[in-house]
Design a binder for this molecule. Structure first.
Ligand code: ADP
Ligand code: MG
Length: 701
């Protein structure tokens, strides 16, 4: 995918051709023509069988059109659509929206057609939307180049959707809610332009303030992350991601593969991209609206003002559940509230102006709390009473919000009586919700967006490593009948600077003893076989073996392996230095490849119970130092690493460095399909990787 050049022509064309324009009842060609009736530019129908369509002169072919066309909508049947697109391209049309279905979504013949579209697009540098798209819309030029039943209202959010039907549903609802859009695109099969292109296009568009998306998948996760990070500096991106994909998911033979599913990859990837992820459509538009209408708060401290106790508690609870805090007022604020409010009022947060409050009292209270330097935002809650008048209150809230410039959300509760005041608030960019908790969640999203814009994305550190040696070890799978490697590949970690205990793999009891004698104290002995995935499960690991017992232990380990699987390939026995587990914590550090996001790093509590405890976190690699630190912070057992119950804290820097070094390894070698270091023992004196397992695709070396 390349950066779409001049893709603005998709949304702001002067002349739009409709290839397959017709008046035939019930046809898509007719629906598009009807929808384009209000278009500010020219519409050029293309149809060899007609002289005109809806009174507009039609052309038999794009080549016959005298003036240049900057965008074309293609609705002809699939078997001629590819030729139609080529014809457009040859005649200099750069922006093409392919509505026609019957491509990649229908099987191999369709997939071949889609591939042809891609080739034409790349040859002629086309901005191609679809195929299988509902179309595009752009309100500043009154363009509805879709076959949906409704036009969009003007606005400053731009919306992309992988489902065309969903756009029609959203429009119907949004029109009802007075929610407007700048551009809308139905992505269809994303043969050429995908979500990454549109966030780039809208980032450059001064009229798009918020980018919204409904996605079922992301084409190229890493590219999306890198682009989105850049875009979210100025333009928030809010996405609903639905559909759990297992496309391409390999049968996992690692812990990491089992634990890190694609849903977790999305979670991590979208988070790393700086995208606000909405759980559902309601949240999508809640977040969009507040991001569109309100400034970001300069802190997390919220003031709540209410005329009713219950809803005030709901807001307080919701703040407790969020990343926001209840603001604690300065003495001055408390004093001023005390002077202005009746004795029965609560002048501490949440401020209860009580049931007999009129508009004036509400307004004063809001004005006083927003004056407070300890308050960054406010939630105004009101239940209908005989003395409160919602329409005036809406004006007051808007006025005070504008005076102070802090974000405010409202929860004027009620039914019909709220309609007009809610409109007033909306005109001032202030969202109103029946549910105070929903108001708080929107504020929370706004604060999260502020955090996103404040993040610095530093590049991953490049460590000095022995790449050739690593490649050599990975290549050792080439002369094997399996693509799995175990502890015999320990040196891979040494090559990338991840510490491993001293040791060796030997094939006789005598050599085992020799190695053990060269190591201080007892040793650990492990069976080494590509056929045995979990060594301790079959009694294939012996810990604390004294020198004089080493030979017997060797025989014993081999016998156990043979009993377990008579034809197992046994490469030998590993004799390894003991790591002090008492002062350390067993962690897991691993990677598996996600079909969309690529290498996904996993870190968590390790050892033999890893899949039972499931205390892990994931990030898309390559990871920066900060992202690696976050991984340690995020696991529930972080306090264990930091010296809970009188233990010495482990060397956290060494853990963070190992995460980054492994990230570099798996980024350097796409041939590593999955990898587990389990355990990576973290101690106060550093880390030791005592076990490794990986799967290699030799074709990618
Ligand atoms: P597997 O995961 O295949 O069973 P490991 O090599 O991870 O084999 O060993 C299993 C467990 O044995 C580890 O989780 C750890 O508790 C312990 N162990 C392994 N190697 C060492 C070592 N060098 N020092 C101390 N304990 C070890
Ligand atoms: Mg292990």
């Amino acid at each position: 995918m390349t950066m779409p050049r001049g893709a603005r022509g998709l949304f702001a064309p002067e002349r739009v051709a409709v290839v397959g324009a017709t008046e035939r009842e019930g046809s898509i060609g007719r629906a598009i023509m009807e929808n384009l009736e209000s278009f500010a530019g020219d519409v050029v129908p293309i149809n060899p069988k007609r002289d005109e369509v809806f009174g507009i002169a039609a052309y038999s072919d794009i080549g016959a059109v005298p003036d240049p066309v900057d965008m074309a909508v293609v609705v002809v049947p699939p078997h001629i659509a590819v030729d139609a697109v080529r014809n457009l391209a040859e005649n200099g049309v750069k922006n093409v929206v392919v509505i026609t279905a019957g491509f990649g979504e229908t099987g191999s013949e369709g997939a071949a057609r889609e591939h042809e579209l891609q080739e034409i697009a790349s040859e002629y540098d086309l901005n191609l939307v679809g195929p299988n798209s509902l179309g595009v819309m752009s309100t500043p030029v009154d363009m509805n180049g879709s076959f949906g039943p409704e036009d969009a209202l003007p606005g400053s959010m731009s919306f992309m959707s992988q489902s065309g039907a969903f756009i029609t549903a959203v429009l119907d609802w949004a029109n009802d809610q007075d929610i407007g859009f700048k551009d809308i695109v139905s992505l269809g099969n994303k043969a050429v332009l995908d979500e990454t292109d549109f966030i780039e296009i809208w980032n450059e568009d001064g009229d798009t303030d918020v980018i919204l998306g409904y996605l079922e998948g992301i084409e190229n996760g890493r590219e999306f992350i890198d682009t989105a990070r850049d875009v979210t500096e100025d333009t928030p991106i809010v996405l609903v991601k639905s559909g759990r994909t297992d496309a391409g998911a390999q049968a996992a033979s690692s812990h990491t593969g089992t634990i890190a599913g694609s849903e977790r990859a999305y979670e991590a990837g979208l988070d790393q991209a700086g995208v606000l992820r909405a759980e559902n459509v309601e949240e999508l538009f809640d977040y969009a609206r507040i991001l569109d209408g309100q400034p970001v708060p300069d802190g997390d401290d919220v003031a709540v003002i209410t005329n009713a106790g219950g809803p005030g508690v709901m807001a307080t609870d919701a703040i407790g559940d969020s990343d926001l805090n209840m603001a604690s007022f300065t003495e001055e604020t408390v004093e001023r509230l005390g002077e202005t409010m009746p004795d029965e009022a609560n002048i501490y947060n949440p401020v209860d102006v009580i049931g007999d409050a009129d508009n004036e009292r509400f307004k004063k209270a809001l004005d006083i709390v927003l004056e407070d330097e300890n308050v960054s935002s406010a939630v105004v809650i009101s239940c209908p009473t005989a003395v409160i008048e919602y329409e005036g209150l809406a004006d007051d809230i808007a006025e005070v919000q504008q005076k102070h410039g802090n974000p405010v959300v409202a929860s004027l509760m009620g039914g019909e009586r709220v309609e007009v005041p809610a409109d007033t608030l909306r005109d001032h960019g202030i969202p109103n919700y029946f549910d105070p908790a929903r108001a708080v969640r929107s504020l929370d999203a706004l604060a999260t967006y502020r955090d996103i814009t404040e993040l610095d994305y530093e590049p991953p550190i490049e460590f000095d490593v022995d790449r050739d040696r690593a490649e050599e070890i990975l290549r050792s799978v080439e002369n094997r009948d399996t693509n799995r490697l175990g502890v015999e590949a320990m040196e891979l970690l040494d090559a990338y600077g991840i510490p491993t205990p001293a040791g060796d793999i030997v094939d006789t009891p005598t050599k085992a003893r020799e190695v053990a004698e060269g190591i201080d104290g007892g040793v650990v002995m492990k069976i080494v076989s590509p056929d045995i995935l979990h060594k301790s499960d079959i009694g294939g690991v012996k810990v604390g073996v004294e020198d004089e017992d080493v030979e017997d232990a060797f025989e014993d380990l081999v016998t156990r392996a043979r009993n377990y699987q008579p034809d197992a390939t046994i490469l030998g026995v590993q004799v390894q230095e003991m790591v002090d587990l008492d002062s350390g914590t067993e962690t897991i550090l691993g990677m598996n490849r996600d079909p969309q996001f690529g290498p996904l790093m996993l870190f968590g509590l390790g050892g033999i119970f890893v899949e039972i405890l499931e205390d892990t976190t994931v990030r898309v690699a390559p990871v920066s130092e900060r992202e690696s630190e976050e991984m340690i912070d995020e696991i529930q057992s972080a306090p264990l690493l930091r010296g809970a119950r009188g233990r010495d804290p482990v060397d956290e820097d060494a853990v963070v460095e190992s995460v980054q070094r492994l990230s570099q390894l798996v980024t350097d070698f796409p041939a590593i399909l999955e990898l587990d270091i389990n355990p990576l023992v973290a101690t106060p004196d550093g880390v030791q990787a005592v076990d490794i397992r990986l799967t290699v695709d030799p074709d990618q070396l």
